[in-house]
Structure formats: structure tokens, C-alpha cells
Design a protein around this ligand. Structure first.
Ligand code: PLP
Length: 329
């Protein structure tokens, strides 16, 4: 039995798995199920809290009292980090890619409500220097007597990956409970940590299905390398040396659309139709694009040999509000 690192418990787990009855019927292909990781909590809703349960445990074990992290202006990860910090009575400092004058909406509004310290940086600074800037904030906080802990973008590193290692165990036990084996798991990929955790656990636990990520930025090659790297970082916490190749990591490219956090009319239309059809809200940055991609791929016949597909709803609801003007009713 492989022993993974300890975590703190903050998420509402296990999350439910539900069948998308009307979507499955409409597509007339494989059954599509959804795992409601959008319901891991309210303030902490979405996939990041599963990773943070491990990252923050490591931070607390090291005696840290401030969480420093970074992300886009509407980062779900930053909002979940701010929420966790307040829940456990420590501080958070967020490095956000964007402008201080932007409208206070969605995740940014909640970051403020939760009392996070916010530093705005330009997209260029974010791309080229975010690690250095986080180190600089760390040094400044240390000079004030704090003990900061840096969490990388999306908590997508070796320790954060265990959040979805755990989720894979959860899925396997739910398969037994509901009597369905998922031959395919689908999820949105934004920094790779979620995929990496699922992938590593699928290897160690002998899961026989295939896992497909749909990237919402960059490209397939970029994420194959990232996921390969993160899984190896996670393996360093375990006493195992698994051999696998990058080609076992499946990324379906082609649904980035206009770019990260930018929506095309067909994606917005799809989110609206899906909400009416299933009563489930997808977000425009991740799950809307990934579910749109899944439906397109099912229509193309990519999954014609599959029977039961599990889509992971990784959350993001607050990111919908800043894009409300794209919808017409
Ligand atoms: C961060 C995020 C993802 C992507 O997860 P990664 O581990 O960064 O690849 C997917 N969906 C939502 C809603 C997210 O916030």
C-alpha cells in the first residue's frame, strides 16, 4: 500500500457523481456522468481545494502563517487560497495578473471580501517574473516577522497533485458503489496538476480507463511536459519509481478558442444550453470549454467505443459573473 502525504480536511468530500441523463440521450452515444467537484464547498468551491488540502498541510507543518500564491485576475485558485487562509486563521497574499482599476467582480470581489492582500502585476511580469516577485513578497513578509509559504500557480506541483491522487481513489470506490466502470475520464487542463494527480493514481491503483485532458491555454505538447514533470515531483514524496512515457498522457487540443479566459459565442451559447438542459452551471474559462469540447468530440465519433464517460466538473462558477454581458436572453 502506497502512503501519500497527510492533508488537512476542508473540502466537502466525497463529491457526488451524477448521470447527465438528457445530454447522454441527446447525443445518443456513450453515457456521460459528471463528478461535482464544483460542490467541494462554497468559498472554496472547485478543484483547487483538493490540492490545497495537501499544500496547506505542508505549510502548517513548516510553521507558516502566510500563503503566497498567484494567478489571473479571476483565479479560482487564488480565491480558494484566500478562503482557506481565512478559515484557518492565517493570512494570504495574492499576486494577480491584471489591473487594479478593474471592476470588482467574481473571484476578485471574493478575494477582497476574504481580506486577502492583493498585488497586481502586468501580464509581462506575470509571464516572466512571477516566481521572483513571489520571492520578493516573501522576503518582505519575513522582514515583518511572518513565515510565508509559496504555492505555485494552481497549486500544480508535487504536493498539490495529491489532491487528485486522492480524487482518483474516491472515483474508484464510487465506481464500486454505483456499479459503473468509467472507461474514460475527461477534465479541463489549465496548469496540469489535476490531470497529474489523476494520472499518477491511475498508474499506482491500476485504473484501466483512459484520462483525457482538454487544454484551455497553451498546447498539448506543453501540458504533456508539465504533467510529466508534476507527476515526477509527486513521486518524490512516495517510495516508488514508476516508468511511463509522455505519450500515455492524453491531451485533446483544439478548444482553447480565442485564448485563456476569452470566450467565443459558441461556447457562451453552449453554457446557456447546458444550464437549461441539465440544471448545472459551467464556467467560461475551464469547464465550459472542456464540456463543449467533449460534446464536439462525441459528435465526431472520437468516443464511439466508450460506454461510460466521467466528466469532472472542476468548478469556477464565480468566473461566470464577470462575463455576464456576453450572454443574451
Ligand atoms: C484551475 C482550474 C482547472 C484546471 O486545473 P489545473 O490543475 O490547473 O490543470 C479547471 N477548472 C477550473 C474551474 C479551475 O479553476
Amino acid at each position: 500500500m502506497i502512503k501519500i502525504p497527510e492533508k488537512i480536511m476542508l473540502a466537502n468530500l466525497p463529491t457526488r457523481i451524477e448521470k447527465l441523463e438528457r445530454l447522454s440521450q441527446k447525443l445518443g452515444g456513450p453515457n456521460v456522468y459528471i463528478k461535482r467537484d464544483d460542490q467541494t464547498g462554497t468559498e472554496v468551491s472547485g478543484n483547487k481545494i483538493r490540492k490545497l488540502e495537501f499544500s496547506v498541510r505542508e505549510a502548517l507543518d513548516q510553521g507558516c502563517d502566510v500563503l503566497i500564491t498567484c494567478g489571473g485576475i479571476q483565479s479560482n485558485h487564488c480565491r480558494a487560497t484566500a478562503a482557506v487562509a481565512s478559515r484557518i486563521g492565517i493570512k494570504s497574499a495574492l499576486l494577480l495578473k491584471g489591473n487594479a482599476n478593474i471592476e470588482l467582480d467574481g473571484n476578485l470581489f471574493i478575494d477582497r471580501l476574504l481580506g486577502a492582500e492583493i498585488h497586481f502585476i502586468t501580464p509581462e511580469e506575470y509571464k516572466n517574473n512571477r516566481a521572483e516577485i513571489m520571492e520578493k513578497i516573501k522576503t518582505e513578509l519575513e522582514q515583518q516577522g511572518c513565515k510565508p509559504y509559496i504555492i505555485p500557480e494552481g497549486a500544480s506541483n508535487g504536493i498539490g497533485g495529491f489532491g487528485y491522487y486522492n480524487a482518483m481513489e474516491e472515483i474508484i470506490s464510487q465506481e464500486k458503489e454505483i456499479g459503473v466502470h468509467f472507461d474514460t475520464i475527461i477534465l479541463a487542463v489549465g496548469s496540469g496538476g489535476t490531470y497529474s494527480g489523476l494520472f499518477l493514481a491511475s498508474k499506482t491503483l491500476g485504473y484501466t480507463g483512459e484520462i483525457y485532458g482538454i487544454n484551455v491555454c497553451d498546447d498539448a505538447e506543453h501540458f504533456k511536459s508539465e504533467i510529466y514533470k508534476i507527476s515526477h515531483e509527486s513521486m518524490q514524496y512516495l517510495d516508488i519509481d514508476l516508468q511511463f512515457s509522455k505519450d500515455e498522457i492524453h491531451i485533446i487540443d483544439g478548444y482553447v478558442g480565442k485564448g485563456y479566459s476569452l470566450s467565443r459565442p459558441e461556447e457562451i451559447h453552449f453554457i446557456h444550453e447546458f444550464a437549461k438542459l441539465e440544471g448545472i452551471i459551467l464556467d467560461p474559462v475551464y469547464t465550459g470549454k472542456a464540456m463543449y469540447g467533449l460534446v464536439e468530440e462525441i459528435k465526431k465519433g472520437t468516443f464511439k467505443n466508450c460506454k461510460d464517460i466521467l466528466f469532472i466538473h472542476t468548478g469556477g462558477v464565480f468566473g461566470l459573473f464577470p462575463q455576464k454581458n456576453l450572454f443574451t436572453f
